[in-house]
Design a protein around this ligand. Structure first.
Ligand SMILES: Nc1ncnc2c1ncn2[C@@H]1O[C@H](COP(=O)(O)OP(=O)(O)OP(=O)(O)O)[C@@H](O)[C@H]1O
Length: 319
């Protein structure tokens, strides 16, 4: 695998990255063959990765960052459900998922391609195909075991994100959904930098209805506004629980402050809809099965399709 621009091939393990303030000056730089040139500041300037990403993604019509304030609100599940539903909507649409949740890559499992491998060709990494018009790339494919823990510092994560954005050979795509880690961390800053010239369509934010999750969504919205990322809208996941036996509805995560819909009105952000907590969604995703295709008449599938329709409209408004 090629190294990142920020982290040279022959870099020591804790290389701060060539763009860092401490390049050439950190204790890890001692003995590195690049120490002098890094310390001189000659390698600074706009990261060439930004142009590489722009060039690589120029044939991707809609680039969507999927964000969540809190972990565990269903961001990866919703990303997979929506991408399957967009791909199913029209077989002429080409859809892909890029899983940059470096510390918890779950797309290979949720999309049912856990045992697949990515291949490298002259034109970059080839993504794994889930269906004729749905592909995925994830760091999960590069791990030797599903139990491998990834413990990386910022510069190394930054390098991996740059590679994922600039070296995957997607071909022509209508939609690329980028599944990110929760919160606003190093990965998000790297993504916003590398996508800054790549005509990012916007961010899709996933939350649950309870106030503790919404508090973090407000921070996520603030982050998007600060780094100039268009907000396509918010999806409220696990809004109500539909009992599989009696079909009665109950609120597992009570929306004490009016939930995501009210928050969207308060913050002037589009609300794209809500999805129920359905045990069959959890089971299908755990087993890598296609919920939307297998249960087309389920109320959850109808809600997913409503969200897709609203998301497509929101993307069109941006164009
Ligand atoms: N609508 C839903 N109905 C039932 N189960 C759901 C639903 N959405 C998510 N889940 C389940 O909730 C759990 C967490 O979901 P998921 O891994 O997608 O969350 P996440 O926000 O991506 O987590 P992380 O922040 O760790 O990446 C999973 O077991 C998933 O199957």
């Amino acid at each position: 695998m090629a190294s990142s621009v920020g982290t040279p091939n022959n870099a020591p393990e804790h290389c701060p990255g060539t763009q860092s303030e401490s390049a050439g000056k950190a204790s890890a730089c001692a003995g590195c063959p690049n120490q002098q040139i890094c310390a001189s500041g000659e390698v600074k300037g706009p990261d060439p990765g930004i142009e590489l990403v722009r060039e690589r993604l120029k044939d991707v019509d809609n680039k969507i960052l999927v964000l969540s304030g809190k972990g565990g609100v269903g961001k990866s599940t919703v990303t997979a459900l929506l991408s399957r539903a967009i791909a199913m909507r029209n077989c002429d649409l080409n859809v892909a998922v890029l899983d940059v949740d470096i510390c918890g890559p779950s797309q290979p499992r949720v999309l049912g391609v856990m045992d697949e491998q990515v291949h490298q060709s002259g034109s970059g990494w080839s993504p794994v195909f889930v269906d004729d018009n749905l592909s995925v790339m994830s760091i999960g494919f590069l791990l030797s075991s599903v139990d491998d823990a990834i413990i990386w510092r910022g510069p190394k994560k930054n390098g991996m994100i740059r590679q994922f954005l600039s070296e995957v050979d997607w071909g022509k795509l209508d939609y690329l959904l980028i599944d990110t880690p929760p919160g606003t961390s190093d990965e998000h800053l790297s993504l916003s930098t590398y996508l800054s010239q790549a005509d990012l369509t916007g961010a899709l934010i996933i939350t649950t209805p309870q106030e503790i999750a919404l508090l973090d969504v407000r921070k996520e919205i603030d982050f998007c506004r600060k780094v100039n990322i268009n907000i396509l809208g918010v999806v409220e996941n696990m809004s109500v629980f539909v009992c599989p036996c009696c079909k009665s509805l109950s609120e597992i995560f009570p929306a004490t402050t009016g939930g995501a819909k009210q928050m969207c009105m308060d913050l002037d952000v589009p609300f794209l809809g809500s999805l129920p907590l359905d045990p069959l969604i959890a089971r299908c995703c755990d087993e890598g099965r296609d919920f939307v295709n297998e249960l087309p008449d389920s109320p959850a599938t109808k809600s997913i399709i409503d969200v897709v329709n609203n998301l497509v409209q929101s993307c069109k408004k941006k164009q």
